[in-house]
Design a protein around this ligand. Structure first.
Ligand code: C2O
Ligand code: CU
Ligand code: CU
Length: 464
C-alpha cells in the first residue's frame, strides 16, 4: 500500500481526528520493486521521469525514478539475476549506475548514454557475499550533480544468509534515505556558482523524501539502513538517548557489531545500525554540526573574500516515537567472517586537489577525460591506493566495481576491517586503501561530491 491508498481507505473508516493521527504516524518507506520473481530471475521496470511531488508541504516538479522520492527500492537476494528494463523519459541523456555493487563494468557502464525516450536493459547476477545496502543514480559525466539533486536516486537492498540471523530477523527494519533539496517557484532550485565549488546543499533536509517524519516502532530493536543520497551534505548522525550499533558499512556486514555515539555519513556512503530502544519517549535522529571545509563569500571593506563557512547547523531528521517499553531483544555477537585484505599488487598514489577560484577539481593534477586511461590493474590483485587530499575541503573518494578496505588514515591503522566503496578524506589527510581488483573493463573513481565529479575530479581505471 502506498500513502494514497492508506489515506483513501482510511477516509472511509476513520473520523478525521483518527485519520490525522494515522497520517502523522506514517513513516514513508520508498515503494518496493521488483514485482515479478521467477526461478532466480527477477524482472523490474524503472523509468526516469519528471513528476510533481509533495515535499515539505509544497508541490514541486522533481526528476524521479518511477514518480517517487526516493525512487523504488530494488530488493534482491544474493545469486539472483536481475533484469531491469530502464526507460529514459527525461528531456536529456541519462543512465543508471549501481553504486557499490561488484558487477561487471560492461553492465554498470558509467560511459553509457541513454537518449531521451530510449530504453536500456540492465541485466546482472547479484554477487554472493554482497548482502548489504547499495543505491542507483545517474552517471553521465557533467550531468550527475543536476540529475541527482533533482531527485534521481533509489536504494538497492541485497539480502544474504546473514540476514537469517535470529537477532537480525527479530529486529524491525527500516530504510532511511537522506537527501536534501532546495525548491524555487515549484521547481528544484538551480545551481549557483558557489554550489559548483562546494557541492549543492538544500535547506529541506529530508528522510525518505519527507520533512521530519515520525517513526512509531512496534518492537524494541530497530535495524536502520542508512543511505546518504545527497550531492554534498554530510550527516553526522546521532540518536537522542541512544547509541548506534553499527553492523554494516557500504559493502555489507562487519565482523562484529560496533557501538557508536555518532556516525558520519559522507555523500554516497551507507551504514546499517541496530538501535535497542530505551523505552517510551520521543527521540530525534539528528545531524550534528559538521565542518567539511565549505567556502563562502564575504564582503570585507568592499572586497570579496573566500572564507570557510564553518560547521553546518544541527538538523532534525526524524523522530522515533516509542509508545511503551518493549521487551528487550538480544543483539548479534558476531556477523561476517570478514578478514583484512593482504596487498599483493602495486602501490598507487592519487592526489586530490582543487582550484577553487576556477571551480576546477583534479586527480593527480588532471581533469577527467573519458578517452584516457589513468590506471591499469590486473584482476585478482589486491593493490594499495594511497589517496591524499591536498585541497581545502573534504572529498569523499569513491571507486566503482572493486570494493576496498581502509588500511590507515594519516598513518593510523583502521580499528577493524570493513568493506567500503566510498571513504571520506579530510583536507590534508592521506588514506591508505586495499583495493580488491575484480571484474575486467573500464570504470571510474571520483569524488562523490558530485559537482566535483562533474567538474573533473574523476579518473578511469582499466582492469585486464
Ligand atoms: Cu555513486 Cu560513480 O557513483
Ligand atoms: Cu558508484
Ligand atoms: Cu570533492
Amino acid at each position: 500500500m502506498n500513502r494514497r491508498t492508506i489515506l483513501k481507505t482510511g477516509l472511509a473508516l476513520f473520523p478525521v481526528q483518527a485519520l490525522l493521527a494515522r497520517a502523522q504516524a506514517f513513516f514513508p518507506e520508498p515503494p518496493l520493486r521488483p514485482v515479478k520473481r521467477r526461478e532466480g530471475v527477477v524482472e523490474a521496470r524503472l523509468e526516469a521521469v519528471a513528476k510533481p511531488i509533495q515535499v515539505g508541504g509544497k508541490t514541486a516538479e522533481l526528476w524521479t525514478y518511477g514518480g517517487s522520492l526516493p525512487g523504488p527500492t530494488l530488493r534482491l537476494k544474493e545469486g539472483e539475476r536481475l533484469r531491469l528494463v530502464f526507460r529514459n523519459r527525461l528531456g536529456e541523456v541519462t543512465n543508471l549506475h549501481f553504486h557499490g555493487l561488484p558487477i561487471p563494468p560492461l553492465v554498470d557502464n558509467p560511459f553509457l548514454e541513454i537518449p531521451p525516450g530510449e530504453e536500456q536493459v540492465y541485466e546482472f547476477t547479484v554477487p554472493r557475499g554482497a548482502a548489504g545496502t547499495y543505491w542507483y543514480h545517474p552517471h553521465v559525466h557533467g550531468k550527475v550533480a543536476n540529475q541527482l539533486f533533482r531527485g534521481l536516486a533509489g536504494t538497492i537492498v541485497v539480502e544474504g544468509p546473514l540476514d537469517a540471523l535470529p537477532e537480525l530477523r527479530a529486529a524491525e527494519e527500516h530504510l532511511i534515505v537522506l537527501k536534501d533539496l532546495e525548491l524555487l517557484g515549484g521547481k528544484v532550485a538551480p545551481h549557483t556558482p558557489m554550489d559548483w565549488m562546494n557541492g549543492k546543499e538544500g535547506s529541506l533536509v529530508l528522510a525518505n523524501g519527507a520533512l521530519r517524519p515520525t517513526l512509531r516502532p512496534g518492537k524494541g530493536l530497530l535495524r536502520l539502513r542508512l543511505l546518504n543520497a545527497s550531492n554534498a551534505r554530510f550527516y553526522r548522525l546521532a540518536l537522542e538517548g541512544h547509541t548506534l550499533v553499527q553492523i554494516a558499512t557500504d559493502g555489507g556486514f562487519l565482523a562484529k557489531p560496533v557501538e557508536l555515539e555518532e556516525l558520519l555519513l559522507a555523500p554516497g556512503e551507507r551504514a546499517e545500525v541496530l538501535v535497542a530502544l530505551k523505552g517510551a519517549g520521543e527521540y530525534r535522529l539528528l545531524a550534528l554540526p559538521y565542518d567539511r571545509g565549505a567556502i563562502g563569500m564575504m564582503d570585507m571593506g568592499g572586497m570579496r573574500h573566500m572564507m570557510g563557512t564553518g560547521p553546518s547547523r544541527t538538523e532534525h531528521l526524524l523522530t522515533i516515537t516509542v509508545p511503551k517499553a518493549f521487551p528487550k531483544l538480544p543483539l548479534p555477537k558476531t556477523l561476517a567472517g570478514l578478514k583484512p585484505l593482504s596487498p599483493s599488487g602495486p602501490l598507487r598514489r592519487l592526489v586530490l586537489s582543487e582550484n577553487m577560484m576556477a571551480g576546477e577539481f583534479f586527480i593527480n593534477g588532471r581533469k577527467f577525460d573519458h578517452t584516457r586511461v589513468d590506471l591499469r590493474a590486473q584482476r585478482g590483485q589486491v593493490e594499495v591506493w594511497e589517496v591524499e587530499n591536498q585541497g581545502d575541503m573534504d572529498h569523499p573518494f569513491h571507486l566503482h566495481t572493486h570494493p576496498f578496505q581502509v588500511l590507515a588514515r594519516n598513518g593510523r591503522p583502521e580499528p577493524f576491517p570493513a568493506w567500503k566503496d566510498t571513504v571520506n578524506i579530510r583536507a590534508g589527510e592521506v588514506v591508505r586503501l586495499a583495493v580488491a581488483v575484480g571484474f575486467p573493463g573500464k570504470t571510474v573513481f571520483h569524488c562523490h561530491i558530485v559537482e566535483h565529479e562533474d567538474q573533473g575530479m574523476m579518473g578511469v581505471l582499466e582492469v585486464q
